[in-house]
Design a binder for this molecule. Structure first.
Ligand SMILES: Cc1cc2nc3c(=O)[nH]c(=O)nc-3n(C[C@H](O)[C@H](O)[C@H](O)COP(=O)(O)O)c2cc1C
Length: 146
């Protein structure tokens, strides 16, 4: 059974809920899923996974959350060739750099040599019905690549 690892950063819960939605959708597609908060893991834990997923919010003018910076820096040093990746996240369209951390993680995965398994999903604050549809489609597409 393919293993999907989801690593998330979340301050007020929106991104954790997004990670939960993706995890449940992947489990319903018969994948084994491990979900961890970003300070509890090392980026190299992705080496055990077939599918590597990051869920992150964006802070202060398009910055990465402090909690996930170490993970982000480690990630870029890895060789993740042969791995499938996907990135989802929450932001707020009020800000100029909406969900920029999602784009930053996409670039980090590409630098690490991973293959994009599905288009990123950016959610405005908490996931609503239309976002859940997008997140489930993300899970279905990425699962089909494993
Ligand atoms: C001080 C502050 C700065 C923020 N800066 C950005 C930003 O630059 N871009 C963005 O898309 N969202 C920004 N946000 C919005 C958060 O990313 C958004 O509230 C998100 O849902 C938080 O996710 P969480 O509930 O998982 O912590 C900011 C929020 C705060 C409080």
């Amino acid at each position: 059974m393919a293993l999907a690892k989801i690593v998330y950063a979340s301050l007020t819960g929106n991104t954790e809920e997004i990670a939960d939605i993706v995890a449940e959708a992947l489990e319903n597609l018969d994948l084994e899923v491990e979900q961890e908060e970003c300070t509890q893991v090392d980026a190299e834990d992705f080496l055990d996974a077939d599918i590597c997923i990051v869920a992150t919010y964006t802070y202060d003018d398009g910055e990465l959350p402090d909690d996930i910076v170490d993970f982000y820096e480690e990630l870029q040093e890895l060789d993740l060739s042969g791995k499938i990746f996907g990135v989802v996240g929450s932001g707020d369209t009020f800000y100029e750099f909406f969900c920029k951390s999602v784009d930053d993680f996409e670039a980090a995965f590409v630098k690490a040599g991973a293959t994009k398994g599905a288009d990123c999903v950016k959610v405005d604050l908490a996931a609503e019905e239309e976002d859940i549809v997008k997140l489930e489609a993300f899970a279905k597409t990425i699962a089909s690549k494993a």
